[in-house]
Design a protein around this ligand. Structure first.
Ligand code: 3HC
Ligand code: NAI
Length: 653
């Protein structure tokens, strides 16, 4: 039974039990409708408590039903039935009340939440807006500004914030059900229904207009965000019934859109990445993590581990470098405290779990060691040989290499089955993606441990086979190469960057290179020059920029010139490009933005297909997750492989 009803004196307790997240599936909706009728028909029932079993309150409409024909009762009908019931309903919220779950709760006469509960309307993240009255009820409970942020931003708020805003009436610190029963006893039934309340208009019309404009600008083409902004604005202006009808129409239209299909695909693909049976095994302990190298990546990795409650032993080359690494990690932790990711007490306590050293001996205590030193095979091999002698025999040894052969690194230790790749993205404490690189001889329980470690760090992890650049950097190299060809063929860096931004990337490929610095890739190209296929098309423009000391933002010039930290197209770069085209006898073509993006996306897709054919990635969903989480491919387009499947289906039709 998805919904059960128990009597407790004059109170009825309606419990939803629909694992894993109590989604409002058809059985739940039907059960709730029946519960409303039963309670209203029983004069002995004075109040109804709505609660859930398991780890969470209702986490939303059932996404898995979205592809099927809708079945009555629909969620808005259930929400309306609860709101208009003669007997007042009280929502007792634990875990997360999301989307349709919060809409159910908002239809209740009152809400009580556990102190660690979270409440939100995340529909925009699935390419939707709330479809069961969320945009209309929320601004009747919380100020318009908060409602707008919650509906268009999609981020949940904690119980305390929800209480301050007016979304919940009480926060329960102890037993939620007991507190809900107390609340039920003091409920008179005269409390206003949510839709009877007036909307809470913005305090300042101008700043509200600015807030709306900012959200739309940030949407970068994502329709649901713009629709969410309009829905909240309508709710503030129109009578409730008209706003509800308009919300439902917009919801149904978005539900049928390509963007929502794409975002739902990514949602599901992210949850399916570690379905390989090797990830399900029993993990080793990993409470103490060693990190070797405390530069950009090592410091970020150390901070990510510390913020997840793990102990970190960081090792650097010498005392000075260890001190610098310690400061780098501390500064990331301070930033995290400033951004509210950890509170001050936790921040202070983290220090007890962190130490930086200039020798390898402390690593004898580590369960897992992650190497993040310079990208040089010989140096890495030497470090792994040392690790073999200082670490526990069953400690897991991981490398954060971006491109190097993890099989070759593994071969330097006596037991290669304990070596794996953990490829983080920069900044490692922020970026969600983690590639777990699986070498030939790794043990299954080491893969399981890497998967558990990724979950602990709340990363979105994918398995990758060993190849140059793994999944993400290999595909990125391919589209970067295509971007170079585009420059020689007639586009300018600003054209490519604009086309990519308009497509939905946060940044174009040339702006990104300037930000990261051109020198590292230049050094790699020089290293590989001797082994490069002489018949392969090679674009030398980036090399020429580097020869002039133009390494990007850090030197004030790269693909662009920087004025007040802002990129400006540089005639010197244009002249250099013209000269290269002339040298190669290339007549520049006119390349409209669509043509630029067709070529960039096709380059991604064809390299991704090779990655799949070679078994480097487990499936097209993993590629889409990598490109959206790692390289800013717009989520609302679903990723390159989702686009390809759609294109292929379009061609077949
Ligand atoms: N419907 C169906 N299944 C859902 C679901 C939903 N709304 N939300 C999560 N699930 C499934 C996941 O697919 C996953 O299934 P799996 O175990 O088979 O892979 C399982 O529940 C557990 O999910 P997570 O791995 O994400 O578990 P977490 O504990 O990390 O997170 C969560 C739980 C915070 C609830 C997260 O799953 C989440 O954010 N879910 C989506 C919430 C959402 O977007 N709700 C709005 C839906 S649209 C809506 O309500 C429309 C309405 O306005 C009309
Ligand atoms: P970095 O140059 O910022 O840091 C490297 C650190 O390693 C330095 O602090 C150095 O002192 C230390 N180090 C060098 N040899 C050492 C040794 N033998 N023992 C202890 N410490 C030693 O480099 P970065 O960018 O952090 O890169 C590190 C690794 O991470 C490389 O393999 C790189 O390819 C990879 N990587 C880099 C990413 C990036 O965006 N920078 C992204 C993902 C992976």
């Amino acid at each position: 039974m998805a919904v059960t009803l128990e009597r407790d004196g004059d109170c009825a307790v309606v419990t939803i039990d629909n694992p894993p997240v109590n989604a409002a599936s058809h059985a739940v909706r039907q059960g709730l409708m029946e519960a409303v009728a039963t309670c209203d028909a029983d004069p002995a029932v004075r109040t109804v408590i709505l609660r859930c079993t398991g780890r969470t309150f209702v986490a939303g409409a059932d996404i898995r039903e979205f592809g099927q024909p809708p079945k009555e009762p629909h969620l808005p009908d259930v929400v309306a039935a609860i709101e208009t019931a003669d007997t007042p309903w009280i929502a007792a919220i634990h875990g997360t009340a999301l989307g349709g779950g919060l809409e159910l709760a908002m239809a209740c006469r009152a809400r009580i939440a556990a102190d660690d509960a979270k409440l939100g309307l995340p529909e925009v993240n699935l390419g939707l807006i709330p479809g069961a009255g969320g945009t209309v009820r929320l601004p009747r409970l919380v100020p318009a500004e908060t409602a707008l942020t919650m509906v268009a931003g999609g981020k949940p708020v904690g119980a305390a914030q929800a209480h301050r805003a007016g979304l919940v009436d009480e926060v329960a610190e102890g037993d939620l059900l007991a507190a809900a029963r107390d609340m039920a006893r003091s409920t008179t039934g005269d409390e206003p229904r949510t839709l009877e309340r007036p909307v809470r208009h913005p305090a300042d019309a101008d700043s509200f207009a600015a807030q709306k404009a900012k959200l739309i600008a940030k949407a970068r083409g994502q329709q649901s965000i713009e629709a969410a902004v309009h829905a909240v604005a309508r709710a503030l202006e129109l009578p409730a019934d008209e706003a509800l009808a308009a919300e439902r129409d917009a919801f149904l239209e978005l539900k049928a859109s390509d963007q929502s299909a794409a975002l739902r695909h990514i949602f599901m693909a992210e949850r399916a990445t570690l379905s390989d049976p090797r990830c399900k095994g029993r993990p080793h302990p990993f409470g103490t993590v060693g990190v070797i190298g405390g530069g950009t990546m090592g410091a970020g990795i150390a901070a990510a581990c510390l913020l997840s409650g793990l102990t970190v032993i960081l090792v650097e080359r010498d005392g000075e470098a260890a001190q610098a690494a310690h400061e780098r990690v501390s500064s990331i932790l301070d930033q995290s405290a400033r951004r509210g990711i950890v509170d001050e007490t936790m921040r202070a306590a983290i220090g007890n779990r962190f130490s930086a050293h200039d020798g390898y001996a402390p690593l004898s205590r580590a369960d897992l060691v992650i190497e993040a030193i310079f990208e040089e095979m010989d140096v890495k091999k030497a470090v792994f040989a040392t690790l073999d002698t200082v670490t526990k025999a069953d400690a897991i040894l991981a490398t954060n290499t971006s491109y190097l052969d993890v099989n070759a690194i593994a071969s330097t230790v006596a037991d290669p089955s304990r070596v794996i790749g953990l490829h983080f993205f920069s900044p490692a404490h922020i970026m969600k993606l983690l590639e777990i690189v699986v070498p030939d001889r790794v043990a299954d329980d080491v893969v399981a441990t890497a998967a558990a470690f990724a979950k602990r760090l709340r990363k979105t992890a994918v398995l990758s086979g060993v190849c140059d650049g793994f999944i993400a950097n290999r595909i990125m190299s391919a589209y970067r190469r295509e971007a170079d060809y585009l420059i020689e063929d007639g586009a300018l860096p600003a054209d490519v960057d604009r086309a990519m931004r308009d497509f939905g990337f946060p940044m174009g490929v040339f702006e990104m290179q300037d930000l990261a610095g051109l020198d590292i890739a230049w050094a790699m190209r020089k290293r590989r020059a001797a082994t490069r296929d002489p018949n392969e098309r090679y674009v030398a423009i980036a090399d020429k920029l580097c020869e002039q000391g133009r390494f990007g933002r850090k030197t004030g010039a790269g693909w662009y010139r920087y004025e007040d930290a802002k990129p400006v197209a540089d005639p010197e770069v244009t002249a250099l490009i013209d000269a290269e085209r002339a040298r190669k006898g290339i007549e520049p073509a006119s390349l409209p933005d669509d043509a630029i993006m067709d070529r960039i996306v096709s380059a991604m897709q064809s390299e991704a297909q090779k990655v799949l054919d070679e078994g480097i990635a487990s499936g097209p969903g993993d590629i889409d997750v990598v490109m959206t989480s790692g390289y800013g491919f717009p989520r609302w387009r679903g990723g390159p492989m989702f686009m390809k499947a759609r294109q292929d289906a379009g061609e077949r039709a």
